[in-house]
Design a protein around this ligand. Structure first.
Ligand code: M5T
Ligand code: MG
Length: 658
């Protein structure tokens, strides 16, 4: 892992819970504006329906089951203030008068209506009771039907809302992932020096997933739970102001706990996240470096280090669990306290006739509804926390500018067609500010020439070619292509004319054919066959059971490094470039393979300009010009014969390699 100042560590992140981030997410949500609006509308309707259910119950009870107008204070002395409920019926209604006449001992007639205590209703004949309460029965039936309609509509709306929300969330997640992927693809190489693979993969998978969850739950959170809470409060106060006040007395306590919870939970979440990230990186590094770990017998040390991180993660997880384990029961208790208050106060209210039975039933339902969203908020809080820090990390990558900037449209040069010359003009370069890797390099390569670069390890040879293919830009000086600063060509057009055979060629998991066709997708069978022969790959493909369609394992580790280099020469050949850049492998390659590579290179270089980084002087010997590089500086330049005569670095090297 190379350290650099802008490499972001997990610890630094997630400290602030920034609403600005939400604002930055808006552009991603914008294409789905209509769906969001639709979803919000549905959520509002659903909430209204949820709210209406207890209210309808209340109306049913108060109007039809126990009509609230039927209070009578018993005048029987000796029974104190005990109140008896009476059902009152109107004598004018058809059939009522005769029923009342049948039970003179039960009914008391008062003018136009007759009353009967509720407890005596059961003494009536079933038929008579049905007649007497016919209107109430049909009223109850109507209300129940109405409830059923609401419940069904609610179900349909819920289904639609969920589908829309999930669809939108998934869409946004995929858009975001594509954006991130494309952005990462275009970032300059310096970025990858600072950020390990494991971390970037986590960004594109876990972090994006977290964002998806946020999009869906934030909407339900903001528009459902909060709306529901406000709605319940309003309804409660409308039904009965005093009872509402009494039952919501626990609210300040709930709020206090919620704020406490938020503070502690945020800290716990943060630690948990950091520990998880550490586990991920350690795991990724272990897998990538497993050969070295085994070779140096670092298993035990590595195990211990991992065990420590794992334990810290466990502790952080437990802390989080503890926070929830305290908070959720507290909310539960508060809910029970509120319910008890409602029953106590509401019950006596019924007894004293200030509260109707329906109101009490509705209150109890509403109180239950009230504490559910509060619990939910606690859970959503964790989702929000996770998503916010994920968003932060994703935007940190998206904010990484490309250091190797593409030319602005007005200063860009026309498409790069044919290479006529390459110049280095006083080029200096450093990866890390202050540590110069190349110092004041100037040289020229004319079209058709072969230039070899030699020098000890770490001299800056690979860095030199990194500048030619524009993986980086020089710190000082200019690289000129056809007499123009390379910066003014779109890097795409430069790279399409240059082919680079790297020191340790990277092959993708896929067939050999796909790997070779990388540069030019339209290879005919004949062309491919020609390329295979010219690059000396044929012996390899012929020996494999599936030939050119053999699938290589990840990074091509299933074939030898010499074979990998041969395939990458074939790949270069397939793109038919103007300039060949060959970074010779430093690793040991047997003389037979070396010979194959050299003869393949000869074919590849025929009629093209080439720059060879040579470790074996046999590669350099035939070059038109040789540049000797040491510690980032050119120390000698000339043809093989000239340099031998100079008796300098090259001739010593020559003597050494025999
Ligand atoms: C020259 C440093 C490296 C060395 C110096 C590629 C690369 C190199 N370096 C970085 O800091 N980051 C990088 O990405 O630059 O390195 P080189 O150009 O790779 O040397 P070479 O190609 O001549 O060496 P070799 O071994 O391939 O013959 O200090 O640390
Ligand atoms: Mg190198």
């Amino acid at each position: 892992m190379v350290s650099g100042n802008s490499r972001f560590s997990e610890e630094k992140l997630g400290k602030s819970y920034d609403l600005k981030l939400l604002g930055r997410l808006l552009p991603f949500a914008k294409p789905y504006k209509l769906l969001f609006l639709c979803s919000i509308f549905l959520v509002v309707m659903i909430t209204l329906m949820d709210l209406s259910i207890p209210y309808i119950t209340k109306i049913t009870i108060d109007t039809y089951i126990v009509p609230s107008t039927d209070f009578f204070v018993s005048e029987t002395p000796g029974e104190g203030q005990k109140k008896t409920r009476y059902l009152s019926v109107r004598m004018k209604q058809p059939g009522v008068a005769s029923i009342v006449g049948n039970y003179p001992e039960l009914f008391r007639v008062k003018g136009e209506s007759a009353v009967i205590p509720y407890e005596w209703l059961s003494r009536l004949q079933e038929e008579d009771l049905a007649n007497l309460r016919g209107r109430d029965f049909s009223g109850v039936t109507r209300m129940v039907l109405f409830l059923l309609v609401i419940v069904c509509t609610n179900f349909i709306f819920n289904f639609a809302q969920m589908m829309i929300m999930e669809y939108t969330g998934q869409k946004i997640m995929h858009d975001l992932r594509i954006t991130l992927f494309d952005h990462i693809q275009h970032l300059d190489l310096a970025f990858f020096n600072r950020n390990p693979v494991g971390r970037l993969v986590t960004r594109a998978t876990n972090d994006i997933q977290n964002m998806h969850e946020m999009f869906t739950s934030v909407i339900t959170f903001v528009f459902k739970d909060l709306f529901l809470l406000v709605g319940i409060t309003v309804v409660l106060f409308t039904i009965n102001f005093k009872l509402a006040l009494m039952s919501l007395m626990v609210l300040p306590v709930v709020l206090y706990f919620a704020v406490q919870f938020a503070n502690v939970a945020r800290e716990a979440f943060r630690t948990l996240r950091i520990k998880l990230a550490e586990i991920n990186s350690r795991f990724a590094e272990t897998i990538e470096g497993v050969r070295i770990i085994q070779l140096f017998r670092q298993e035990v040390n590595n195990y211990k280090a991992f065990k420590r991180i794992n334990r810290e993660h466990f502790l952080a997880g437990m802390k989080q669990v503890r926070v929830f384990a305290v908070f959720l029961p507290v909310i539960e208790i508060m809910g029970s306290v509120a319910l008890a208050t409602v029953i106590l106060y509401g019950g006596s209210g019924i007894l004293s006739g200030t509260i109707t039975l329906g109101a009490l039933v509705a209150f109890i339902s509403y109180m239950r509804m009230f504490f559910r969203p509060i619990r939910d908020i606690a859970e959503k809080f964790s989702v929000m926390q996770n998503a916010m820090s994920s968003a932060e990390r994703i935007f940190l990558i998206l904010d990484q500018g490309q250091m190797v900037a593409e030319p602005a449209s007005d200063e860009g040069l026309p498409e790069f067609k044919k290479l006529t010359g390459l110049n280095f003009e006083n080029v200096s370069f450093s990866y890390i500010p202050g540590e110069m890797v190349l110092k004041d390099i100037s040289f020229q390569v004319r079209a058709g020439e072969t230039v070899a670069v030699v020098g000890p390890t770490g001299a800056g040879k690979t860095s030199l070619i990194n500048l030619i293919v524009r993986f980086y830009d020089p710190t000082k000086g200019r690289v000129l292509v056809n007499g123009n600063d390379i910066k003014y060509y779109p890097s795409k057009s430069i790279r399409s004319r240059f082919a680079l055979v790297t020191q340790d060629p990277f092959l993708f998991s896929g067939t050999i054919r796909d790997n070779i066709a990388q540069g030019s997708r339209t290879l005919t069978g004949q062309q491919l066959s020609h390329i295979l022969t010219a690059s000396n790959c044929r012996y390899l493909t012929d020996s494999l059971p599936d030939g050119v369609d053999t699938i290589l394992s990840e990074r091509g580790t299933s074939i030898s490094s010499g074979e990998r280099q041969l395939i990458s020469i074939a790949r270069a050949l397939a793109s038919d470039p103007d300039l060949i850049i060959f970074d010779e492998a430093t690793s040991y390659i047997d003389s037979e393979t070396e010979h194959k590579i050299q003869s393949a290179m000869k074919t590849l270089m025929a009629g093209r300009t080439s720059i060879l980084i040579a470790h074996r002087l046999s590669t350099a010997r035939n070059a038109d010009r040789i540049i000797a590089l040491r510690q980032g500086e050119i120390i000698e330049t000339g043809s093989h014969d000239e340099l031998i005569q100079q008796q300098g670095y090259y001739s010593r090297l020559n003597a050494l390699q025999g």
